[in-house]
Each structure stands twice: as C-alpha cells, then as structure tokens.
Design a binder for this molecule. Structure first.
Ligand code: MG
Length: 400
C-alpha cells in the first residue's frame, strides 16, 4: 500500500514536472531561473513570489490629456507611416523595420525581430501606449508579449488581463527583477497608457556613485516606485550588475505576438549631479564652481544696469549671496555709502517718491547682514534704517 502510494506520488510529481518543463519559459517553474542569493529572496521568475494585486486603471478620459506629447517632447511614433523612418531593424540597423503601421498603430510582425529607434538617448521621461491582440491567444508569457527596452532594461509588455504568470514577468515588471506594485491593465484590444522615468546608474572608475532608478505608471497607477536598476535584464538569469551605456535606442520586443503601439514620445532629462549636471545634491567642489558661475552671470547683468543706480547696486549685492568676492563687496560698500549719503541730501518733499526703493534697499541690506554677507553694523544699512524711522515708514498703520 505504502509502496503503491509512493509510486503514485512519484508518477504525479514526474508528470507535473514534465508539464511544467513542456511549458518552458511561458509559465516559469521550480528549478528554472537563477536561485536566491544574499540580496534576492526569490529565484528569477519564481512562482512562489506573490502575484501583483489587481487595481482598476484610471479612466481613459483622465489619461488622454496627460498622454499628449508636451512641447519639448521628441515624438518617436506619432501614428503615420512616415514615422517608421525613425525606426529600424534592431538586428540590422541599416535596414528598415518589417513592423507595419496599421490604423495609426505600429504593429509587431511576428518573427520580424525587435525594432529600435534611430534616436539614442539616456535618462528620460518616456510615454508609450500599447494594446495586446484580441481575441487573446496563449497564456502566461505567451499572451500579448512584447517589451520596452531602455539601455538593456526591459519594462515588460504582456497581456496579464485575467492571465497569470510569474510575478517578475508581469506587464510593467522590471523583467526578472521586480514585479509591478499592481496589475492595472485594461482588457486586450484596449490601449494601456505607460509612463516611465528612467535614470541610469552613474559609475566612476568602475564604482557605482549613484544608483539608477525606474518609475512606471500603468494607466495612471504607480507600478514601479523608483525601482533600482541592477543592470541589463535577462531571461532566467539575474541582471548583471554594472554600468549601462551612456545612450542607446529605445527597443521594442518581437516576442511572436502582434502587439500594437502608438503615441510614443520622450523628453530627455538633465544629467544627474554625479554626472556633471545639477540634478541632485552637488559635491562641495561642484557647488562652489556653480555658485561662482551664477554670481558671474548676475554681475554681468548688473554691469548693464544704469550706472550708479540703486538697481545696479542691488544686483551687485545679490551676487555676493552666491560668491563673496572681495572686489564686488568693495564696490557694493562704496555704492551703498553713496546711496545713504544721497538719501541724507534728499529734500523732504522728494522722500515720499523714493519710499518703495528705500524700503527695498533696507530689506536687501537686512538680508545681507542676517546671512553675514555684510557686517551687522554695515554703515549704509544703519543709515538707511534711520532714514526710514525718521520718515515714520517703520510704523505699522493703525487698525481701524
Ligand atoms: Mg517581453
């Protein structure tokens, strides 16, 4: 009896395994993807990883406005045949793509290979709309599969509407790395509105000095929340940690399903501070250099103002906030002294017309003293404040 049961159990296990292996990459199964390690609790394509919860997408009426390409966006596919000239075969970049435009959509022709843009870019905001074929065919990874690839990182395209698969292979997963926070898909045949921000990791001397992140919204629902980029993603294999190229094309995957795409545009994002840009905290050295640059630009502007005017004095004084340059400080001190002296000479009946300007100068001097750009007892500051008191401008009007 015991033996019979054992044999039965073994047979069942074998047939299960055979079925699972027969399904291959389309479903994922035990002993399939790279195993857990010190930093990853799950296997790649792990069936034991929790499924993303189903969350209703936002209505199209709410998404359409946001989906329009902003004025500074670069349109990669706008719905016409002519747009195909911006794309080429990924395998043979000198050849046009065999994907077709039908009813304003760019459609994958199965077995024609990936497509890529001729345009190359790095950090970006990317908008893509895609629709899975209808009626749906196949299951798990076999249904409406494609992919959005940025510098080798795949944001999965898959028809997961009432179609389960391994969690890290769901639509909007960072494939094989991180499942989406939710399954917010519409049914096949309807377009999904995908918005991505992509920041590649920054490496210096083979060391990562700033990680890269991907954020994804699917139909208005946040599904990747600054998910860290490990490296190029892969099938069954853990992403290989390392630098990504500076720039690259956008690639769309041919996974054998006629997935349709439309309204594809991107906006390049300014470089990160760690990459010589100003996005994110700057190093002390970079900050000092940037402050000098800002101060120089303000001084250049100040030099164009009417010579000796209060406007010119304030503009030079403003530059001290960025860079306390001795020569500029002396210039401001001299101009401020002359300004205070002129105030004293002002006939009583002319004072009123100068009120706004004097109050502005007073406020600027107080700011500069508060932040130690001029000493607290800065002579012109004291004199301007005294002038204001003498005019009675420091008194608040009485409430009725
Ligand atoms: Mg794919």
């Amino acid at each position: 009896m015991k033996l019979d049961f054992a044999l039965f159990a073994m047979g069942a296990a074998l047939s299960l395994t055979t079925a699972a292996f027969a399904a291959g990459g389309s479903t994922g199964h035990a002993f399939y993807g790279d195993p857990p390690d010190d930093r990853h609790a799950w296997c790649i394509h792990d069936q034991n990883r929790p499924q993303p919860k189903v969350v209703a997408p936002l209505p199209v009426s709410e998404l359409e406005q946001k989906a329009k390409a902003p004025a500074d966006a670069i349109v990669l596919f706008g719905g016409t045949e002519a747009c195909l000239s911006k794309w080429c075969s990924d395998k043979n970049p000198n050849e046009p793509t065999k994907w077709i435009v039908r009813n304003g959509n760019m459609e994958c022709v199965p077995k024609s290979g990936y497509v890529r843009t001729k345009e190359e870019f790095g950090d970006c905001q990317l908008h893509v709309e895609w629709a899975a074929p209808t009626p749906p065919e196949g299951e798990s990874q076999g249904r409406g599969n494609s992919g959005i690839f940025l510098l080798g990182v795949e944001i999965q395209v898959l028809d997961n509407y009432q179609n389960k698969t391994y969690a890290d292979g769901y639509a909007c997963s960072m494939y094989g790395v991180n499942p989406p926070l939710a399954n917010a898909l519409r049914p096949p045949g309807e377009f999904q509105y995908i918005d991505i921000t992509f920041h590649k990791p920054v490496y210096k001397d083979d060391k990562c000095v700033q990680p890269g992140w991907v954020t994804v919204y699917c139909n208005g629902i946040l599904v990747q929340d600054r998910t860290q980029i490990e490296g190029p993603t892969g099938h069954r294999a853990r992403a290989k940690v390392g630098p990504l190229p500076d720039k690259g094309p956008l690639k769309l995957q041919d996974h054998g399903n006629p997935v349709r795409f439309r309204n594809i545009w991107y906006r390049p994002l300014p470089p990160a501070a760690a990459k010589g840009g100003v996005r994110g905290p700057l190093s002390a050295k970079a900050t000092a250099a940037k402050r000098k640059e800002i101060a120089a630009s303000i001084r250049k502007d100040a030099a164009c103002k009417p010579e000796g005017s209060a406007e010119q004095m304030l503009r030079f004084a403003e530059s001290l906030v960025y860079d306390k340059d001795d020569a500029t400080f002396q210039k401001v001190e001299q101009m401020a002294g002359q300004y205070a002296a002129a105030l004293k000479q002002l006939p009583a009946d002319k004072a009123g017309s100068k009120k706004d300007e004097v109050m502005q100068v007073d406020s600027a001097f107080k700011y500069l003293a508060k932040w130690s750009f001029v000493p607290e007892n800065f002579g012109p500051k004291v004199e301007v404040t005294n002038f204001i008191k003498a005019q009675g401008w420091d008194k608040k009007p009485k409430k009725k």
